[in-house]
Ligand binder design. Structure first.
Ligand SMILES: *Cc1c(COP(=O)(O)O)cnc(C)c1O
Length: 453
C-alpha cells in the first residue's frame, strides 16, 4: 500500500465540513479593530464589504462548519484532489525521506483559490448580491473568483496589479473568458488610483493598492460586495478542505507527517493544509514540525513585526493584528506574485507567535532550482509560489540524506505554473536575481503602521 504513487479519495469520501482552528487554540486570536476608534470591530464594521454569513464565519468559534450542498457540487468538479507520493523526486535526491504533496493545480483555475472563491460567491448570491470586486496579483485569485462568479451568475470586476497585468496577459484573458472585467491597478477608476498614477504613470502597483481600489468600488454600491482571496479567517477556513482530505489520504497509506512545509503569501494554502494537522498535533495524535516558507524578498513572518496594521495601502480595512512589513510596503517584483503581500493571515501570525509553527525565508533562485528538479522528476511544472515549499522540502530531504533519518515530509503543491512559464524562461537563461530586502526599507514602511499596543 505505501508504495502507491497517487492516493485518491472517492467523491463520497470528500469531507463535508470545514475546520475552524480558533475552537482549539490555547489562546484566542486578538480581534480586528475599528480603524477609527481602535475598539474591537463588530460585524457592522465589515457589513459594507462582506455578506452576513461570511462575517459570521470570520468571527466564529464553532469547531466545524457545514459546507453547503451547492458548494460541494462545484467542488466535485475537481475534488477530492490527489495526494502524490514523490517517489521520483526522492530517487533523484537519493534521500531516505518520504515526500508527499497534495496537488491543488487540478482545479479549473489551476490553484487552491477556487476552494474559497466558490463558497464566497455562493454566500453572496444567497444574500442577493449581484457583483463582486477584488484584487489579483499573479492572476490566480482573479481567475478563481471569475470562475466562481460564472458558476452562480454574478458579475466580477477585478483590479490586477499593473506589473502583473503587463507581464501576464493570458491570466487576464482567462478572467475575461469566465466573464470577468479586468483593470490594471493603479487605475483611473478610483480616486486613490488616480492619485498614484499622477505621481507615476508607470506605477507597478501592489496587492495593497489593488485591494484599496476594489474595496472603494464595493462600498459605493449596495448590491456589490468585495471578496478577498487570502488572509482572513473565513478564507483559511474554506481552505481546510485541503488538510482534511490530506489527513484521510495519509491515513489510507498509514503515513504520518514528521514535517509539514507550505508556502505563505497571505497564509491560506498553508493554513488550509496545516490546520487540520495542527488540530491532531494539539490533541497529541501526531507531532509534526510545521513550517511556513516565504520569499526572502517579502519576509513577512521572519522579518516583519507582529502589530496591528491595515490590510490595504489606503487604510480602508479594519486593523488586523498580524505579522506585517507595513501596509505601504511595495515588495520587489519577484516571480512568485502571489507571495508579494505586506501582511500575513492573523491566524497564521497568531499560531506562529504561540510557537506552534516555524518560519523560514528562501531566495527565488533556490526555489526555481528545486522546481526544475521537481518538474523533471514528478512531471508537474509548479507555480512560482509553491516552488518555495518544494525548495524547503528538498532542503529537508537532503538533511535526511546526511543524517540517514527516514522522515515523512508533506507539502501542498498549491498550483501549476502553466501561465508562469516566463519566469522559468528567465531562470533558465540565467537572468534571475535574488532580491534581498534591507532593514532600512522595512523600517521606512513600518513608520506608517499605527501605534497600537
Ligand atoms: C495566491 C497564491 C498563493 C499565495 O496565497 P496564500 O494565501 O499564501 O496561499 C500561493 N500559491 C498560489 C498558487 C496562489 O495562487
Amino acid at each position: 500500500m505505501s508504495e502507491l504513487t497517487k492516493i485518491l479519495l472517492d467523491e463520497s469520501e470528500m469531507p463535508t465540513q470545514w475546520y475552524n482552528i480558533v475552537a482549539d487554540l490555547p489562546e484566542p486570536p486578538p480581534p480586528p479593530l475599528h480603524p477609527g476608534t481602535h475598539e474591537p470591530a463588530t460585524g457592522e464594521d465589515f457589513a459594507a464589504l462582506f455578506p452576513k454569513a461570511l462575517i459570521e464565519q470570520e468571527m466564529s468559534q464553532e469547531r466545524y462548519i457545514d459546507i453547503p450542498g451547492e458548494v460541494l457540487d462545484v467542488y466535485r468538479l475537481w475534488r477530492p484532489s490527489p495526494l502524490f507520493r514523490a517517489h521520483r523526486l526522492e530517487k533523484l535526491l537519493d534521500t531516505p525521506a518520504k515526500i508527499y504533496y497534495k496537488y491543488e493545480g487540478v482545479s479549473p483555475a489551476g490553484s487552491h483559490k477556487p476552494n474559497t472563491a466558490v463558497p464566497q460567491v455562493w454566500y453572496n448570491a444567497q444574500e442577493g448580491i449581484r457583483k463582486l470586486t477584488t484584487e489579483t496579483g499573479a492572476g490566480q485569485w482573479g481567475s478563481s473568483l471569475a470562475f466562481a462568479c460564472a458558476q452562480f451568475g454574478l458579475e466580477s470586476e477585478i483590479w490586477q496589479v499593473a506589473a502583473s497585468y503587463r507581464a501576464k496577459p493570458h491570466r487576464r484573458t482567462m478572467m475575461e473568458v469566465w466573464g470577468g472585467k479586468v483593470h490594471p491597478s493603479p487605475s483611473d477608476l478610483t480616486e486613490f488610483g488616480r492619485s498614484l498614477l499622477a505621481q507615476d504613470p508607470d506605477h507597478p502597483g501592489s496587492l495593497g493598492i489593488a485591494i484599496s481600489e476594489a474595496v472603494s468600488e464595493a462600498i459605493e454600491d449596495p448590491k456589490t460586495r468585495y471578496a478577498l482571496g487570502s488572509v482572513l479567517n473565513h478564507v483559511l477556513l474554506h481552505q481546510t478542505i485541503i488538510g482534511e482530505e490530506a489527513l484521510l489520504q495519509m491515513a489510507k497509506v498509514g503515513a504520518v507527517p514528521d514535517v509539514i512545509v507550505g508556502c505563505t503569501g497571505g497564509g491560506s494554502n498553508f493554513g488550509g493544509l496545516a490546520f487540520p494537522f495542527l488540530r491532531e498535533k494539539l490533541k497529541g495524535n501526531m507531532n509534526p514540525v510545521i513550517r511556513c516558507v516565504e520569499p526572502t524578498a517579502c519576509p513577512t513572518l521572519t522579518k516583519g513585526q507582529y502589530r496591528y496594521d491595515f490590510g490595504d495601502t489606503a487604510g480602508l480595512t479594519p486593523l488586523m493584528k498580524m505579522h506585517t512589513l507595513g501596509a505601504s510596503f511595495i515588495p520587489e517584483p519577484i516571480h512568485a506574485g502571489g507571495l508579494r503581500y505586506h501582511g500575513m493571515a492573523p491566524l497564521v501570525s497568531h499560531v506562529y507567535n504561540l510557537g506552534l509553527v516555524e518560519a523560514i525565508a528562501i531566495p527565488q533562485t533556490e526555489c526555481f532550482a528545486g522546481a526544475l528538479q521537481f518538474a523533471r522528476s514528478e512531471g508537474i511544472v509548479p507555480a512560482p509560489e509553491p516552488t518555495h515549499a518544494i525548495a524547503a522540502a528538498v532542503r529537508e530531504a537532503l538533511a535526511c540524506k546526511e543524517s540517514g533519518e527516514e522522515k515523512t515530509i508533506l507539502t501542498a503543491l498549491c498550483g501549476h505554473g502553466h501561465l508562469d512559464l516566463a519566469s522559468y524562461d528567465k531562470y533558465m537563461a540565467g537572468g534571475m536575481e535574488d532580491l534581498d530586502l534591507s532593514d532600512e526599507v522595512i523600517a521606512e514602511a513600518m513608520k506608517g503602521v499605527p501605534n497600537i499596543v
